[in-house]
Design a protein around this ligand. Structure first.
Ligand code: GTP
Ligand code: MN
Ligand code: MN
Ligand code: MN
Ligand code: MN
Length: 207
């Protein structure tokens, strides 16, 4: 377990903490990358995990701050998803993956309430994911405001070190990069060895 990790009950017991919930929506797909069959995906279907480009230029998951005096974690996440994606979702307690203290960002933040981030994953049908991708740029009220666009996470690796490695080399908000890596492993979306390689390459790209 990563440091700062809390059980759901411990997290909820922290009065005086701020809470934020984010989710990784994903699906299996039979759609082929570039319209052809990349060799490594003959057996493994391509998946379409969703992240977003935030207003601050960082990559993150859809979701946001939840006000526990007015809504449950899951209801608050559903509200944020409606604002950011333009689609109503029912997020369930069973979709919850983990909760942890957000990494302290600046000295000034040591005086403000601590932030606990709750992470969820939700598997959907390919059609639902495509509907989200459309709604996010048409009906979502936050499009062009908090959210600049949804992006698919490339899970493949190209010979030149592109694909997942390049994606991981971008800047992520909070511990969203860790949430992504952890989820790819936990859901067996990328083999551990492949992920390790992509991560190592991404660090070289950054350097
Ligand atoms: P506002 O309406 O502008 O307040 O945004 P919001 O309610 O949508 O909140 P936001 O999604 O920005 O999330 C709240 C805080 O959680 C952010 O300030 C980040 O510190 C953190 N955060 C944002 N996205 C992620 C994410 O994908 N993962 C993690 N772990 N933290 C995130
Ligand atoms: Mn929001
Ligand atoms: Mn948000
Ligand atoms: Mn909000
Ligand atoms: Mn908002």
């Amino acid at each position: 377990m990563a440091s700062g990790q809390l059980s759901r009950a411990e997290a909820l017991a922290c009065s005086g903490c701020r809470h934020a919930c984010h989710v990784m929506l994903y699906c299996d797909t039979n759609t082929l990358l570039f319209g052809s069959i990349p060799i490594r995906h003959i057996v493994l279907p391509l998946l379409l995990p969703q992240m977003q480009m935030r207003f601050d230029g960082l990559l993150g998951f859809p979701g946001g701050f939840v006000n526990l005096s007015e809504e449950s974690l899951e209801a608050g996440l559903g509200r944020e998803l409606l604002e950011e994606l333009g689609v109503a979702f029912q997020i369930l307690e069973e979709d919850h993956v983990d909760s942890c203290f957000a990494p302290a960002s600046s000295p000034a933040s040591s005086t403000s309430p601590r932030l606990i981030t709750h992470f969820y994953t939700k598997k959907m049908e390919e059609g639902q994911i495509r509907a989200v991708e459309t709604a996010a740029v048409t009906t979502a009220t936050d499009h062009g405001q908090e959210v600049l666009g949804m992006v698919r996470v490339p899970l493949h690796s190209t010979k030149g070190g592109g694909g997942l490695a390049s994606f991981l080399s971008h800047s992520f908000v909070g511990n969203a990069r860790f949430q992504l890596l952890h989820t790819l492993l936990r859901l067996h979306l990328v083999a551990p060895e492949e992920l390790r390689e992509a991560l190592a390459r991404s660090l070289k790209i950054q350097a």
